[in-house]
Design a protein around this ligand. Structure first.
Ligand code: ZN
Length: 163
C-alpha cells in the first residue's frame, strides 16, 4: 500500500468544505476529526473523538489518534495509525476480522449508551440567562432572585460613593 507517511494537523472550529490532502482537521467544538484518506483516494474519513470512537492526543507539537483507522467502507480498504503526525500503515484486514471488529464496536457502543442514557441532559443556561436579562421587577419573586440582583438593588438605594 502506498500512501503518505506524515500528516499535518489543524485545529478548526468548523471543518472546511474543501479538505486538503494530508491534513487532519481537529474540530474540538464538535469533538471530531476529519481527513482525506491517506492512501490518496480522497475519501473523507471522519473520526469522532469520544469514548466510543477515537481518542485524540496532542503533545503540543503533533497529534495522535487511537485506535487505528480502518477504512473498510472504502474501495481502498486502507488501514493505518496516526501517531505524532506520522502515518504507520497497517495490513488490510480480512472480511472476517472486519466483521468481528464491527460487532465488538457495536456491542461497546450499545453498552456505552445503555449506561449513558439515564443521565439527564446537561442543564441549559438559557433559562438562567434570559432570567437575568429580565429586569428584577414584578414577575420574579424576591426569594428566587439571585443574590447579585439583591446586591444590585440595594446599591441603587445608596447614594453614589457611600459603598
Ligand atoms: Zn483510501
Amino acid at each position: 500500500m502506498t500512501g503518505r507517511s506524515t500528516v499535518q494537523h489543524q485545529f478548526v472550529d468548523i471543518v472546511p468544505d474543501t479538505l486538503q490532502e494530508g491534513v487532519v482537521y481537529v474540530c474540538i467544538p464538535y469533538t471530531t476529526a476529519v481527513h482525506l484518506c491517506l492512501c490518496g483516494c480522497s475519501e473523507e474519513v471522519v473520526t469522532p473523538i469520544r469514548p466510543t470512537g477515537w481518542r485524540l492526543t496532542f503533545d503540543g507539537i503533533a497529534i495522535s489518534l487511537h485506535p487505528s483507522i480502518g477504512n473498510w467502507d472504502f474501495t481502498c480498504q486502507s488501514h493505518y495509525w496516526i501517531s505524532h503526525n506520522r502515518v504507520h500503515w497497517d495490513r488490510q484486514w480480512t472480511p472476517a476480522k472486519i466483521e468481528a471488529t464491527r460487532r465488538r464496536e457495536d456491542a461497546h457502543r450499545a453498552r456505552h449508551f445503555a449506561v449513558a442514557a439515564p443521565t439527564p441532559p446537561p442543564p441549559t443556561s438559557d433559562a438562567h440567562v434570559s432570567a437575568r436579562r429580565r429586569r428584577p421587577t414584578l414577575r420574579v419573586p424576591k426569594l428566587l432572585r439571585p443574590r447579585s440582583w439583591l446586591r444590585h438593588e440595594s446599591r441603587r438605594h445608596h447614594q453614589p460613593g457611600t459603598d
